[in-house]
Design a protein around this ligand. Structure first.
Ligand code: AP5
Ligand code: MG
Ligand code: ZN
Length: 216
C-alpha cells in the first residue's frame, strides 16, 4: 500500500505515520527526517538544505524527487510506504506519479489531516523527540509515561528541531498554503482523497485513519 499523509506543519503526520508503521508494517518515509539526517551527516544535500529549512522554505523539487525515487528503490519499501511530507508541490506530485508508474506501483490514498492554523504553533513549539529512537512527544499533549524516559526505548536524551520556533512556523505555514494545499484538488480529482479531523485527540485521529484504511 502507498499512502500520502498531507497536512500543514504540526498536523500530526509524523505522529500518525509512526503508529501506522508500528501497526501495519508500512515504512514511514519522512522527507523532513531524511533531510535532517543529511544535515547532521554534512552530506551535499544536507549542506544545500540546511539554510532553506531554517528559513521554513521548501527544498528544491529536484533534490526531493531524487531522494524519494532512490528510497522507493530499496527493498524494505516493498510491503508499502507512508509518505510523510512528500509531495509538497505540484511538480513533486507529478514526478511521484511518473515514478510510481515506472515502478509498476499505485498510489492507494491521500489522507488530508484537516487542522486550523491557530493551534499549530502550540503543537510545534511543544514538540520533542527521543534522540535515540526518534519517538515523538509533546510537552502537554503526549508525555512519556515516566517523565524524562522514552516509552519506546528507555532513552533519556531528547532533542528539539531548530525550525520549531514560532517565527519559522509562520513561514512553514505560508509554504504549506501557497505550494502544498493546491495538491488537495489534484488528488480529489483522482478520487483518492480522504480526510481525517486533525484537530481531534491523537487516539481519535488514529481511529479515523484506521477507518479510512479499512475502506481501501
Ligand atoms: P517536515 O519535517 O516534514 O515538517 P512539517 O511538514 O513542517 O511537519 P512537522 O514535522 O512539523 O509536523 P507533523 O505533521 O509531522 O506533526 P507531528 O506529528 O510531529 O519538513 C521540515 C522541512 O524540511 C520543511 O520546512 C522543508 O524545508 C523541508 N522539506 C521536507 N519535505 C520537503 C519536500 N517534500 N519538499 C521540499 N522541502 C521539504 O506533531 C506535532 C506535535 O503535536 C507533536 O509534539 C505531537 O506529539 C503533537 N500532536 C500530534 N497530533 C496531535 C493531536 N491530534 N492532538 C494534540 N497534539 C498532537
Ligand atoms: Mg513531521
Ligand atoms: Zn526512544
Amino acid at each position: 500500500m502507498i499512502l500520502i499523509l498531507l497536512g500543514p506543519p504540526g498536523a500530526g503526520k509524523g505522529t500518525q505515520a509512526q503508529r501506522l508503521q508500528d501497526k501495519h508494517g508500512l515504512i514511514q518515509l519522512s522527507t523532513g527526517d531524511m533531510l535532517r539526517a543529511a544535515v547532521a551527516a554534512g552530506t551535499e544535500v544536507g549542506l544545500k538544505a540546511k539554510a532553506v529549512m531554517e528559513r521554513g522554505e521548501l527544498v528544491s523539487d529536484e533534490i526531493m524527487t531524487g531522494i524519494i525515487s532512490d528510497r522507493l528503490g530499496e527493498p524494505d519499501t516493498k510491503n508499502g510506504v507512508i509518505l510523510d511530507g512528500f509531495p509538497r508541490t505540484e511538480a513533486q506530485a507529478e514526478a511521484l506519479d511518473k515514478m510510481l508508474l515506472a515502478k509498476g506501483l499505485k498510489l492507494d490514498a491521500v489522507i488530508e489531516m484537516k487542522t486550523d492554523d491557530d493551534i499549530l504553533v502550540e503543537r510545534i513549539t511543544g514538540r520533542y523527540t527521543c534522540a535515540n529512537c526518534g519517538a515523538g512527544y509533546h510537552d502537554s499533549f503526549l508525555k512519556p509515561k515516566v517523565e524524562g524516559v522514552c516509552d519506546k526505548c528507555g532513552g533519556t536524551e531528547f532533542t528539539r528541531r531548530s525550525d520549531d520556533v514560532a517565527e519559522t512556523v509562520i513561514s512553514r505555514l505560508k509554504a504549506y498554503h501557497d505550494q502544498t494545499a493546491p495538491l488537495l484538488p489534484y488528488y480529489r480529482q483522482k478520487g483518492i482523497l480522504k480526510q481525517v479531523d486533525g484537530m481531534a485527540g491523537i487516539d481519535e485521529v488514529t481511529r479515523q485513519m484506521e477507518d479510512a484504511l479499512q475502506a481501501i
